[in-house]
Ligand binder design. Sequence first.
Ligand SMILES: C[S@@+](CC[C@H](N)C(=O)[O-])C[C@H]1O[C@@H](n2cnc3c(N)ncnc32)[C@H](O)[C@@H]1O
Length: 318
Amino acid sequence: MVSAFGIKILGPSQRAAGVTRMKQIENKIFLTLSRTMAGRSLLGAVGLWRLAVDSFFDFLITRRPANIIGRFPLYAPGSRGPYPILAAMTMATIERIPSLLAELAEFSSRPIVIGTLSEQEQDARSLDSSERLGRLLKQYGSDKTRHGYHTFYGKILQDSQSVKRVLEIGLGTNNEDVISHMTSDGKPGASLRAFRDFCPNAQIYGADLDRRILFKDDRIQTYFVDQLDQESIESLRGEIPTDFDLVIDDGLHSPDANMGILLLGLQIIKVGGWVVIEDIKPAALPLWKVAATLLPAEYEAIILQTNYELIFAVRRLR
Ligand SMILES: C[S@@+](CC[C@H](N)C(=O)[O-])C[C@H]1O[C@@H](n2cnc3c(N)ncnc32)[C@H](O)[C@@H]1O
């Protein structure tokens, strides 16, 4: 089956592969064991051992005794029992909840579209577009070509003359004291410059946590943002226009940071525009399955396996 994006959709058996499959097996083992007294004792013993090890490392880092239940009240059981057991159950819940929610999401009437980047349908025009963009990204020093992302961007931006606005979170700092840096050899603004050259009529907007690398250039403006902070994202939103053709999150690759930018992107893309979240670890797939089914009907999402990690791409249909 081929999706509206021209991507081959994997069948149910292929979709269950990989990390999700492992989580399903874990869940089955957990449920089977919790049915008998001996199984529950085994789970308790394993949980206690893991809690002891985790608490030890937690203490080494924070110098405070771990308070799992206090720190994660959302996941703590609302039941009475000894602290170590309740804490071990809390951690098990944190681990299991995303895959259980993803299984629930599979019940949605909305199909979750998962494919691979290499299976994208490319005609001669989109191939040429991808190759040109790939060369520019490489020339300026972005790692997007190495990850194969130029094939996706080249395809969705093939009408490059008509692209008016692109926003990318994550400029590519070369300051190694920042999480998600590009090493000291990095070229801040590399991908922004490539998109600027590729889309001759577009204004390019960039935003990053590292103020030291913010810059201005022909058709490029950059801003401060901390994507872990909703207020900071809101303040960025106040500084930039709307009606973006493309919003990319290539900043801090953590699910909460990504969701903040997804929320921003959904509100500022034009009809036909895209929000793309890059570099998603396969282990986070369950969260993105849930996100895909929660989107309002005017948006359509696809999850793509690339030669690096996953990308989550949303298009606004109307
Ligand atoms: C992988 S680099 C971006 C590479 C660039 N887009 C390219 O293709 O050349 C990630 C960037 O995310 C930024 N970053 C890290 N944490 C952030 C946060 N909380 N908010 C915004 N940006 C962040 C880093 O400063 C870094 O510049």
